[in-house]
Design a protein around this ligand. Structure first.
Ligand SMILES: CC(C)(COP(=O)(O)OP(=O)(O)OC[C@H]1O[C@@H](n2cnc3c(N)ncnc32)[C@H](O)[C@@H]1OP(=O)(O)O)[C@@H](O)C(=O)NCCC(=O)NCCS
Length: 218
């Protein structure tokens, strides 16, 4: 298995893998009437808005897994609302009063109001990521290599830290994040568990008349 940067022709494979693994590693079709919704929220916007932070795992020319990330979560979601969400106004409208048990309606709302996905600790961990591998590609070290690739790129881009959320029931993924050395962060509810990785990056986006501030942990 080889890890490489994303190329535009990988978009279909990334979307397909997200749909095939979007229910904590199982096909999203098991929980969604429209399984593509999971990729509209958790994969495709990253390919459009931050393709330089996407890496894929490939074997024999076939893409079997990926990691996507956002450098600055609030800025990323602001761009998402302007550049990604509008194309879904008619086909997948938001339903803000959605029944909490209707997963399709919940995802349609997130598609139009992505800031609902913002977590705490944004000063220390402003970046976030999502990682998914097909079942045939798991436990062969690709997940660890994908994380290393995206951590390096985020640090290079100046991120002080990256975080992610994982369903409390997804114990395999939690074991993975612990095994790669990520820190468990406090969670607001019992349904999700958060992990963070300090990256020690320096924010280079210093505005005029501002004293440079060093973020990070080292
Ligand atoms: C979670 C996931 C990304 C891990 O990637 P991976 O390539 O399988 O993980 P690696 O092979 O790099 O594993 C590194 C170490 O993590 C630990 N680990 C990984 N998966 C594990 C599991 N299911 N159970 C227990 N430990 C696990 C092990 O210590 C492993 O080392 P080892 O195989 O030498 O014992 C992958 O299994 C996956 O895509 N799962 C389905 C989708 C998903 O749940 N995504 C995360 C949503 S937040």
């Amino acid at each position: 298995m080889r890890i490489r940067s994303y190329r535009p022709h990988d978009a279909e494979a990334v979307h397909r893998i997200c749909v095939a693994t979007g229910d904590a590693g199982k096909p999203a079709a098991g929980i969604l009437r429209d399984p593509h919704l999971v990729a509209y929220v958790f994969a495709d916007p990253y390919l459009l808005l931050q393709p330089e932070l996407v890496f894929v795992a490939e074997r024999d020319g076939a893409v079997l897994g990926y990691v996507v990330a956002a450098l600055n979560s609030p800025e990323f979601y602001a761009r998402w609302q302007l550049e990604w969400a509008p194309r879904f106004f008619t086909s997948h409208p938001a339903s803000p009063d959605a029944d909490a048990r209707d997963a399709d309606a919940q995802l349609r709302t997130l598609l139009h109001q992505p800031r609902r996905l913002l977590s705490a600790d944004l000063d220390s961990y402003p970046s976030h990521l999502h990682i998914n591998l097909l079942a045939s590609a798991r436990r062969q070290g690709a997940g660890r290599l994908l994380l290393e690739a995206v951590f390096d790129e985020l640090a290079r881009a100046g991120s002080p830290g990256v975080q992610l959320s994982v369903r409390a029931s997804n114990t395999g993924a939690q074991a993975f994040y612990r095994a790669v050395g990520m820190n468990r962060l406090a969670s607001r509810n019992g349904l999700a568990v958060r992990f963070g990785q300090p990256l020690g990056g320096v924010d280079h986006s210093v505005r005029e008349n501002e004293t440079p501030v060093r973020h990070g942990h080292g």
